[in-house]
Design a protein around this ligand. Structure first.
Ligand code: AMP
Ligand code: ZN
Length: 503
């Protein structure tokens, strides 16, 4: 019996709004797609929460014994400033403002993203495709939708025809978000590109590039660039098949992004693309979504150093990871200093027990007290059943605290090791270590220290490059001098690259 048969998984499917028993299309194999970042800016802590959620999902699926193909894209073109197909492309705009090539922007912020992921011990996906690497496929599917009468071109742009889709697909536009059409039409009022659309709900598959637009590709409709939603349809179905198991992303992507993905993929392939939709809720600050545009976001590096005005002090990445895992992914999580301080204490306690249990060995008990054995095994069972219950990390941590108390009792002698049978001790020990490290990614901080040091320095190097590009030499010098003061020497290469050595 495999672990996934022993502890069957349930997932709250955003499509039905209900908890459903998870059954992958191919037994033993899970295909999962998660919308990745738009790489036009530094990753903030809110973004990190979403990627942490899906890191935990993919870790647990693997832990249960599934083979997982995890695809997480990089959006490097097509994400406009407004969801109503208006405004500049975010990357093109940043390139214009910083007088760089768009691909220089993409490289800089992709590197930052990877560094932040590494610092938080978020494992890399199996495939990390980019939107610009899949232009041909995006053109092809757009043409298919035109051929099927589900899209139309106007002045070099192509739009998806929602009315036509509804007429031919059981009125199903809106099945994911359940947003009412009046409301949608309200939000799209008075915008330029609405004039080209037959219906306010229509969305761009391809946009004509204005003469000054730098990111452009030839297409049957003239020079332009792809819409944001179509890239995810192309990259998910290319690597996972026309229908795949899990699609994830932040709650804010449900509408319009994921709604549009469902419509265009169903329109093109004649079947719904995704079986289980998972949406991770927002990290908030005083109840407001953390976001770059609201100005209430902070960077992981500011969190580690405590240099942001909202922070009383700095916190380690594992403390922050623990803080995020303490709430279920479907609830909003409000940032506060008090919560982080409590998380720091909590994480330290679990981490200390991790060290303790690694050093403990069985006393070879054979005929131990069965009540003790049963109680220990039942804690192990609870770890599985809580994680299998819609990835409930909050409840799993509560069980790990129970286990941590038992570990302390073992150490102090209150729970004599001789009274635990050898097999039960080994099961208990490996479950504690595995749920901490493999499932929740809460590695011992000393093991993490090297990754942390390197990741944090890389994040500071990115900031220094940015400061130099902005001609903010006071800041770029401060970063170099402050690092030097603590023994980290930065070296500027001829090509603008910065390396470092630790004295
Ligand atoms: P973006 O780079 O803006 O496309 O966002 C990347 C990912 O981060 C998306 O899945 C968003 O849903 C997610 N995200 C953005 N802001 C937050 C937040 N405050 N809390 C949690 N996730 C967020
Ligand atoms: Zn997406």
């Amino acid at each position: 019996m495999t672990l996934y048969e022993k502890y069957p998984l349930t997932i709250t499917n955003s499509l039905s709004g209900k908890k459903e028993r998870f059954e992958p299309l191919t037994p033993g194999f899970v295909g999962m797609y998660v919308c990745g970042p738009t790489v036009y800016n530094f990753v903030h802590l809110g973004n990190a929460r979403t990627f942490l959620t899906f890191d935990t999902v993919s870790r647990y699926l693997r832990f249960l014994g599934y083979r997982v193909r995890y695809v997480r894209n990089i959006t490097d073109v097509g994400h406009l400033e407004s969801d109503a197909d208006e405004g500049e492309d975010k990357i093109a705009k940043k390139a214009r403002l910083e007088q760089l090539e768009p691909m220089e922007i993409v490289k800089r912020y992709t590197e930052d993203f990877h560094n932040v992921m590494r610092v938080f011990n978020i494992l890399p996906p199996s495939i990390e495709p980019t939107a610009t690497g899949h232009i041909v496929e995006q053109i092809r599917i757009t043409q298919e939708l035109i051929n099927k009468g589900l899209a139309y071109d106007v002045n070099g742009s192509v739009y998806f025809d929602v009315k036509k889709y509804n007429a031919t697909h059981n009125n199903s536009y809106g099945i994911l978000s359940g947003r009412n059409i009046e409301e949608l039409m309200e939000s799209g009022r008075d915008l330029d590109s609405q004039e080209e659309k037959r219906d306010r709900r229509d969305f761009a598959l391809w946009k004509k590039a204005a003469p000054q637009h730098i990111m452009r590709w030839p297409s049957p409709w003239g020079e332009g660039f792809p819409g944001w939603h179509i890239e995810c349809t192309v990259m998910s179905t290319k690597y996972l098949g026309e229908t795949f198991d899990i699609h994830g992303g932040g709650m804010d992507l449900k509408f319009p992004h994921h709604e549009c993905e469902i419509a265009q993929a169903t329109g093109a392939n004649g079947k719904p693309p995704v079986r289980y939709w998972i949406h991770s809720n927002m990290l908030t600050v005083n109840g407001q979504k953390m976001s770059k545009s609201l100005g209430n976001s902070f960077l992981p590096s500011e969190l580690f150093t405590g240099s942001h005005k909202l922070l009383d002090k700095g916190y380690s990445p594992m403390t922050v990871r623990f803080f995020m895992l303490q709430s279920h992914y479907s609830s909003t999580l409000d940032f506060s200093n008090e919560a982080l301080q409590a998380a720091e204490k909590g994480y330290k306690k679990l981490n200390a027990s991790l060290r303790t249990i690694k050093a403990l060995s069985s006393a070879g008990g054979e005929t131990g007290d069965t009540e003790i054995d049963k109680a220990l095994i039942s804690l192990v069972d609870e770890c599985y059943s809580n994680m299998s219950d819609d990835f409930n990390t909050a409840k799993t941590l509560a069980v790990l605290f129970e286990m941590s108390s038992r570990i302390n009792d073992m150490k102090s002698g209150n729970l004599p090791l001789k009274s635990v049978s050898a097999g039960v001790f080994e099961t208990f020990k490996s479950a504690y270590i595995d749920f901490m490290e493999k499932v929740l990614g809460l590695e011992e901080e000393s093991v993490q220290d090297n990754n942390l040091l390197d990741g944090t320095i890389q994040v500071l190097i990115s900031l220094r490059k940015k400061a130099r590009a902005d001609k903010n030499f006071a800041l770029s010098d401060k970063i170099r001098d402050d690092l030097k003061a603590i023994g980290v020497q930065l070296k500027d290469g001829k090509d603008g690259e910065i390396t470092y050595s630790v004295e």
